[in-house]
Design a protein around this ligand. Structure first.
Ligand code: ADP
Ligand code: MG
Length: 404
């Protein structure tokens, strides 16, 4: 665990530079369509305000690729943040420079300023040391609360932490690390992971890490077919990575050696087209018709997964088990979402990660409260599960070495 803002002591009047993940979706009229990420940043910002700090927030929006782009300015974010904080956020039109500095000098205790989209500067993604220094000189303390950006070694996530001390985690960052770290390091057993998604190739690291930790590994989604093919079955037109058959075989072997139960679909929903109008039927996973494509888990598989989840004490779910974007193919993923919620209600700890997994929950209208923790960081949560060091976390102070 890293040092957090709760360990800082008296910060009245201190200038605190906070990296937040405020990368919200905007529609064509520059309106925010989902402010979850802004809301998730509130506890840290409010904590610092209440302690009388001068809060300077850094964030990125979209992919401006190192150029100033009017449509990616943070003005709508500043507006929403002001509303949610019930206090006017001072929006700056740049990230560094004399104008920014002089505006920040006027900042009063408990006030919040928001710098412009940090990715307007190429130096941000280059993790340029001079740029990080310029940023760090504007503050006394660095806080990283942007779990969703912590897998990137950028100037605002990693570079600044090296130049500014103390450098600590925010409350959201702490919550994410505790939730994900907790289940991976010391899970209550049985520990069941459900991993779906479209491809084996994007989940190899996750699967290889989890096979060392879980009691049961449930595989769903598009990668099912690579595993079925590796077992010698025909998969018709299903998504199948023929260059990953060895990876699949290897994983099956590892699971066997480690006594990990590997659940691959018994039956699947197949379709003759990738659309709501498709003809569909449920078939045994061993008998997929040559002219059809596996698109969702079947009814028996849903029942098996449900029973497995109801016996679990710890659940990690990443990746939809079917093409949930199309209603006709969403039932399997919905069944998993409901089963994880039911198991949680019954006392299991559940952690959900992955952009599409969270999108699926929202689509089904299931409350986030139905789960123990929903990770706000898509890519970052995957890398964390893979066991990779997140540079934005690694750069923060250890509790012992704080106030160096
Ligand atoms: P996450 O963002 O939660 O980590 P992924 O990005 O790995 O999830 O995978 C999500 C995608 O996987 C979805 O777009 C979904 O349509 C797709 N998918 C799931 N099952 C299948 C399948 N059987 N065939 C093709 N694509 C699938
Ligand atoms: Mg995804």
């Amino acid at each position: 665990m890293k040092k957090t803002i709760k360990d800082l002591g008296d910060i009245q009047g201190k200038r605190v530079l906070v990296r937040e993940d405020l990368n919200v979706p905007l529609n064509d009229s520059q309106e925010i369509t989902d402010d979850t990420r802004i809301r998730a940043a509130l506890p840290t910002i409010n904590f610092l305000r209440e302690k009388g700090a001068k809060v300077i927030v850094m964030a990125h929006l979209g992919r401006p690729k190192g150029q100033f782009k009017d449509e990616l300015r943070l003005n709508p974010v500043a507006e929403r943040l002001s509303k949610l904080l019930d206090s006017q956020v001072i929006k700056l039109d740049d990230c560094v420079g004399d104008e920014v500095k002089s505006r920040l000098e006027e900042l009063k205790d408990g006030e919040v300023a928001l710098l412009e989209n940090i990715r307007f500067y190429k130096q941000e993604t280059d993790n340029d040391a001079d740029f990080a220094k310029q940023l760090s000189e504007m503050a006394d303390i660095y806080v990283n609360d942007a779990f969703g950006a912590a897998h990137r070694a950028h100037a605002s996530t990693e570079g600044v932490a090296k130049q500014l001390s103390p450098a600590v985690s925010g409350l959201l960052m702490e919550k994410e690390l505790k939730a994900l770290g907790g289940i991976l390091e010391d899970p209550q057993r049985p520990f069941v992971a459900v991993v779906g998604g479209s491809k084996v190739s994007t989940k190899i690291g996750v699967l290889e890490s989890l096979v060392n930790k879980v009691d049961t590994l449930v595989l769903g989604g598009g990668m099912t077919y690579t595993f079925l093919k590796a077992q010698g079955y025909e998969v018709g037109k299903s998504i199948c990575e023929t260059d990953k058959l060895d990876v699949a075989k290897d994983l099956m072997k590892k699971a066997e050696e480690k006594n990990v139960q590997l659940l691959i679909s018994e039956d699947v929903l197949v379709a003759d087209d990738f659309s709501q109008e498709a003809n569909t039927k449920v078939v045994s996973a061993k008998e997929i018709p040559a002219d059809m494509e596996g698109i969702d888990i079947g009814l028996k598989t849903r029942e098996t997964i449900k029973n497995t989840l109801m016996n679990a004490k710890t659940i990690l779910w990443n990746g939809p088990v079917g093409v949930f974007e199309i209603n006709k193919f969403a039932e399997g993923t919905k069944a998993v979402a409901e089963a994880v919620a039911a198991a949680t209600e019954q006392g299991a700890s559940s952690v959900l990660g992955g952009g599409d997994t969270v999108a699926a929950i929202e689509k089904f209208g299931i409350s986030p409260e139905a789960y123990t923790h929903i990770s706000t960081g898509g890519g970052a949560s995957l890398e964390f599960i893979e066991g990779k060091v997140l540079p934005g976390v690694a750069a923060l102070d250890e509790p012992e070495t704080a106030n160096k």
